[in-house]
Design a protein around this ligand. Structure first.
Ligand SMILES: Nc1ncnc2c1ncn2[C@@H]1O[C@H](COP(=O)(O)OP(=O)(O)OP(=O)(O)O)[C@@H](O)[C@H]1O
Length: 272
């Protein structure tokens, strides 16, 4: 096992840094339902980290704990070497954690560009009051934000539709716009909630390529939930496997693939 402070280079030449986020003994309950049971794992800088598991395993709940939507009853979230105090999702976002949603959550009537610009909100310093007092600063900020948005639009190859209202786009492109909006926040950690759900094979290939390119080009750490096992095994450096709220596996795709408990969970072997 590598030390938490160590960096290492992957077989494909990417540098994986020290631990940037650590979940320590997280337990999350909804009334009598224990969605997450005493789970610990870490995420390293520059890593593509997957969370997988059968339906109802607790994957979305875990992503929601990371992004601050849910506060666990037990356990600690450590980020950049410090214990994270309870905070609201927008504060978590301001700390550099951006996400996409399982069900696309875009402003359908707005253009692609305007949707991507909303991803810059956490970076906008001059609020409405500031803008009315000091127009120059607000304008400079707007230009800088637009440059970032345009760079990401180019990177994800959606220039041709930048003025198109999102409502008119096919599903796969909407998913890409959602990725663009999350990236516009220039996050330290990008959380992807089933980025390939509902996609056809070609759309999945495109999305996989973009996820890898984002990680490679921007060095973004990525944590993702995904049902498509093929995709997960191809993309990820390490995989956490959940089942009925418990962690039943954690390791490289090969380690996880050969873990008997994981195989049983996916084959639906009965539980005690
Ligand atoms: N807001 C909620 N209120 C009550 N129970 C919830 C809530 N969210 C999730 N649960 C329960 O917690 C458990 C884990 O659900 P979760 O959605 O995290 O699983 P999942 O692995 O993401 O599932 P799927 O792959 O089907 O999306 C389930 O039993 C679910 O019914």
């Amino acid at each position: 096992m590598k030390d938490q402070a160590d960096s290492y280079v992957t077989d494909d030449g990417r540098t994986i840094g020290p631990v940037v986020m650590e979940m320590k003994n997280i337990t999350l309950r909804f009334g009598g339902v224990e969605a997450i049971k005493d789970i610990s794992f870490d995420i390293r800088e520059g890593e593509i980290r997957a969370i997988i598991g059968p339906n109802g395993a607790g994957k979305s709940s875990m992503l929601n704990v990371i992004s601050g939507f849910y506060v666990p009853q037990e356990g600690e979230v450590w980020y950049k070497g410090a214990k994270r105090p309870p905070m609201k999702p927008f504060q978590v976002a301001q700390q550099g954690i951006a996400r996409t949603f399982q069900n696309i959550a875009l402003f359908e009537g707005m253009s692609v560009l305007d949707n991507v610009m909303t991803g810059r909100l956490t970076h906008m310093e001059s609020g409405l009051l500031g803008q009315s007092i000091w127009k120059g600063k607000a304008e400079a900020e707007e230009i800088a934000n637009r440059e970032v948005a345009e760079k990401i639009i180019d990177f994800l190859e959606i220039q041709a539709i930048r003025k198109t209202p999102v409502a008119r786009l096919p599903y796969g492109l909407k998913k890409r716009v959602e990725l663009a909006r999350a990236l516009a926040a220039e996050p330290t950690i990008l959380l992807l909630d089933e980025p390939m759900a509902g996609m056809n094979v070609e759309e999945k290939e495109d999305m996989s390529r973009f996820v890898l390119d984002v990680n490679d080009e921007f060095g973004t750490t990525i944590a993702l939930i995904e049902h498509d096992m093929g995709v997960v095994m191809d993309l990820s450096d390490r995989v956490v496997v959940m089942d009925y709220g418990r962690k039943i596996g954690d390791g490289t795709p090969d380690e996880v693939r050969n873990n008997q408990e994981v195989i049983d969970a996916y084959l639906g072997v009965a539980h005690d």
